[in-house]
Every structure is written in structure tokens, then in C-alpha cells.
Design a protein. Structure first.
Ligand code: AHG
Ligand code: MN
Ligand code: MN
Length: 307
């Protein structure tokens, strides 16, 4: 069997400080995964959006903040679970945006969920194009980590036989340009009729299979590997959709576009949207270049009745 390449070896070709930050995130997996069994049901309260915060959300948030702060490489941490950003070390090189636990409602049903992290050198306002690196971890049947530090998209799996490290699984990943699966969030009768028509074409014209797991990281991983389309679209009830531009859309759009996929906000690539408010939501469309080009001709932005 070919010699396994560990993530420690792989990050040697990127900026040293960025590599140290990525390895710090990689090093958290065992502790985090070990917490799952006894933090399954607990509710820790509600977050700044009034959303229920699972006990594991709060624990993982605190744990990651502590570990990132200890590196001495982080100036500021913005988190979906922090009301105010955590000011860490004034002269440190990086600003971190994170969704510490994405898809936490999947915990009690033992479905996939994960962590999304965007790493910037500059503070707000930013667009996804300002990202120095993006990475996500996916806790599923296996634990995987995908990182993009501007030199390709690379996936690693934890604990491959005989290894307690992350080993390279896929290097320089490319989104397949044909076929694949699709997942669409929200309520179909709440989308624009035009987007509902586009959704039907994914089956009738493009022959895609429905795959929706309810965690962005899981649904993202499916189209990164198999190709196809994922959206949490604009709807009448939520014209800006559900997912957050800063914590979810921008970091994942960098990975997806660097792997040859395309993204859309309803008016531009999700890497171009300027972000100066960490709480802002955005309609979110990810797909092959062909499907996103077709989508651009579709009226996707819904308006509340009467607006
Ligand atoms: P989070 O757990 O960080 O709040 O994210 C949940 C999000 C995202 O992961 C997923 O795509 C979406 O919620 C699913 O929403 P629905 O439950 O409406 O399908
Ligand atoms: Mn999330
Ligand atoms: Mn979350």
C-alpha cells in the first residue's frame, strides 16, 4: 500500500502560520468526537439569534476558541455561538469566522454534522475572496477534514488503519461537471414558482437524485464528491434564505469554487458578496458550472407578500 501522507506532511507546502492553525483544528477531533455520546440531548439555551443551542454547540464553541487562542496566531474569533467576537491577541495574523457545530440538530438522530472555519488576514468588511484559507470537518461514519489554503482542495480521513492522524484521502479535488445529486432546503411551496420549476428540472432534465441530510457540511460533501446541486434558497417567508454569509456560505464557497464548482447568491458569486454584518443571511446556491449558469436565468429571489 502506498505510504500514507499525513496532514502534518501535506501542509508543509503552505504558509507556516496557516499550517499551524490548520493542524490545531485537525488536532481537536478526538476530544470533540469523544464528547458526543454524553452531550447528545442537552440544551444549553438559545443563541444571539434566539435559536436553540445544543449543549454540544456551546461546548465545541468554547473548546475551539480556547485551542485557537492558545496558538497565539489569532487576533479575533467570530462565532455563530458568540454574541460578540472574542478579542484574543492584537498583533496576531489571523481573524477566524466559525460555525463551531453545523447541523447540530442532527446529533440526536445520529446524522452527519460538522464544523466550518474561515481564516482571514483582515478584519471585516470582507468578501469570500479575502479568505486566506477555509476548512471544514465532517463527523459522519468517518471523520474527515477538507482544507483549502489557496493551493487546491484536499481531504483527509482520521484514524485510517494504524494511524491516529489525518491521512490524505483526496488531493486537488474537482467537482464533477456532470451528474450527481441534489439537496434543497426550506419549503418548496415557499420558493418562487420559477425556482420550483428549476428544481423539477434537476430530476426531469438532469437526472439528479435527491440527497438531503439536513446539515450543510454533509450536503456540501455530497456534491463536492459526486457533483450536482445544493441550495438553501430565497423563500417568501425568508427572502434571504437561512444560511449565514460569514459563518457558512463564504468559507464553503471558497472550497467549492476552488474545486471547480460555481456558487450564486441570487445576484453574484458568494465569493463576491461584501460582508460587514456577521449575522446576515444569504440565499445560497452551489452547483456545477453548467447548472449555476442555467440558474442565473431563473427568478430565485422571493419577496414577502406585498413587498
Ligand atoms: P446550524 O446547526 O449551524 O444552525 O446549521 C443548520 C443549517 C445547515 O446546516 C443546514 O443546511 C440547515 O440548517 C438545515 O435547515 P433545515 O432544518 O431547515 O432543513
Ligand atoms: Mn450551520
Ligand atoms: Mn451551528
Amino acid at each position: 500500500m502506498a505510504q500514507e501522507v499525513t496532514i502534518e506532511e501535506h501542509v508543509q507546502h503552505i504558509d507556516d502560520e496557516l499550517a499551524r492553525l490548520i493542524l490545531t483544528v485537525a488536532g481537536m477531533s478526538v476530544d470533540i468526537r469523544n464528547e458526543f455520546p454524553h452531550r447528545l440531548m442537552g440544551i444549553a439555551g438559545t443563541n444571539k439569534y434566539g435559536e436553540v443551542v445544543a449543549e454540544l454547540d456551546a461546548w465545541v464553541n468554547d473548546y475551539i476558541c480556547k485551542k485557537l487562542a492558545a496558538t497565539g496566531l489569532v487576533r479575533k474569533i467570530y462565532s455563530e455561538e458568540l454574541v460578540q467576537p472574542m478579542l484574543v491577541k492584537e498583533d496576531a495574523p489571523f481573524v477566524v469566522a466559525m460555525d463551531p457545530l453545523d447541523g447540530s440538530s442532527n446529533i440526536v438522530t445520529n446524522n452527519p454534522f460538522g464544523t466550518i472555519i474561515g481564516i482571514y488576514r483582515k478584519d471585516l468588511p470582507v468578501s469570500g475572496d479575502n479568505l486566506a484559507a477555509s476548512l471544514y470537518k465532517l463527523y459522519g461514519p468517518i471523520t474527515t477534514l477538507v482544507y483549502d489554503a489557496g493551493k487546491g482542495v484536499h481531504e483527509f480521513v482520521k484514524h485510517r488503519k494504524g494511524h491516529a492522524k489525518y491521512c490524505l484521502l483526496n488531493e486537488n479535488m474537482r467537482v464533477p461537471s456532470e451528474g450527481g445529486v441534489f439537496g434543497l432546503g426550506g419549503e418548496p411551496l415557499d420558493w418562487t414558482p420559477e425556482f420550483l420549476g428549476f428544481a423539477k428540472s434537476l430530476v426531469k432534465v438532469h437526472g439528479l437524485k435527491l440527497r438531503y441530510c439536513g446539515a450543510f457540511v454533509g450536503d456540501f460533501s455530497q456534491i463536492l464528491h459526486k457533483g450536482g446541486f445544493f441550495a438553501y434558497p430565497s423563500s417568501v417567508k425568508s427572502p434571504k434564505g437561512k444560511l449565514r454569509l460569514f459563518y457558512e456560505a463564504q468559507p464553503m464557497a471558497k472550497i467549492f469554487e476552488d474545486a471547480g464548482g460555481a456558487t450564486w447568491s441570487g445576484s453574484e458569486s458568494l465569493l463576491q458578496t461584501k460582508c460587514d454584518d456577521v449575522n446576515v443571511r444569504t440565499p445560497l446556491y452551489f452547483g456545477s458550472k453548467e447548472l449555476v449558469e442555467l440558474l442565473k436565468g431563473v427568478k430565485t429571489v422571493a419577496h414577502k407578500d406585498g413587498e
